[in-house]
Write a protein that binds this ligand. Sequence first.
Ligand SMILES: Cc1ncc(COP(=O)(O)O)c(C=O)c1O
Length: 426
Amino acid sequence: MKAEYQDDPEYPKLLDNNDSLGHFRQRFFLKKDYIYMCGNSLGLATKDAEKCVLEVMEKWKDEGIKIWMVDNNKYYLYSRYLAKLMAPIVGADADEIAVFGGTTINIHQGISTFYKPTKDKYKILVDDVNFPTDRYAVDSQVRLKGYDPADAVKVVKSKGNFMDEDDIINAMTEDVALVFLPNVYYRTVQVLDMVKITNAAKERGILMGWDLCHGVGAVEINLKEVDPDFAIWCTYKYLNGGPGSSAAIYINRRHHNKLPGLAGWYGNKIETQFLLRQNFDHQQDANGWQIGTPNILSMASLEGALRVINEAGIPNMRKKSLHITGYMMYLIEKKLSAYGFRVGNLREDSRRGGHVCLEHDEGYRISIALKMRGIAQDFRDPNVIRLTPTALYTSYEEVYKVVETLLDIMKTESYKEIDKNRSLVV
Ligand SMILES: Cc1ncc(COP(=O)(O)O)c(C=O)c1O
């Protein structure tokens, strides 16, 4: 989408007045004089999430152990319940989705299920710019199968921070058994062409898994069209599920008869689960990949959050996200280029996700200075400030204020008073 913007303090007000998603701000807990640009890391709490958590608390208080059975076994079958809410967000059928565990756990679940190395086909293809937990999980799964990651993990190198899809495809040699990649990159926010890469893997008899953490809730995802073997994602970023809220897994239905790499009693068929037999009676849909007792409280906050997302609709959210991030990029280039700032993400709409990747050689200290002025965002090495104007709770006026604040920080050089030594968590 090509949008024309204006550099005028009244202009963002006009955009806010015409924002068809603007009313969703009221559904979130927003603080006065605090601008939240961290939705790519931890989405804000919704009133809907609070309501669902309080409901669970009431049921736990009233019912004790019977909480598992109330409302037609809603909480015993909570993964299935949430999968129905998740299905439209990732374009899959509900029985191909299970909501459980954590992101890294679910990466282990996916890889351990699909990585079946043979003498000639034993490599996992990854890149060198993904969030490192994916790599740690892949390396350890390879080691568990008796291989050396230095040989069995094939790393496609990025070029100037970005991945070239053709390099990925060219690296799909006969010895590759599985490809595991993110659909949106955590730092550069680059979007990969999931269909192109998955089709290329399929044509070569290679299995394909996706990490959707930075894409889900930010970009449109159609797993039916992409048709990968599996995918995993977290729910606490753009989905606003809450700190550490349960993650999700997608298992393509063509694999539902396979056994999970990591089995547990919640993956047993519900009809026989409570017979507590010693043999695993696998539930033949994505729920068969669940492991243990679900984290009901963190799933409850997710329930409320997903309801809000579905009400807004991902296509509408993506449209606003592209427009508001476009506005931010416009202001950055107009007002901040003279101060050494660069927009570090790709420009085409189809190749950028939900945040703006703002680069500056003094990025760390500028990021701290922004925090000191009530603007939440984060810094990623070596020079990236991630700024996320979200579709549902960020106003155009806030975007304008962030850029004005950056301008003031540079003009006053207030960032120079900040210690260059890094704090532990940024
Ligand atoms: C691509 C990606 N995968 C996984 C994770 C995190 O996994 P977990 O939820 O297990 O901490 C992140 C965290 O930001 C991420 O960016």
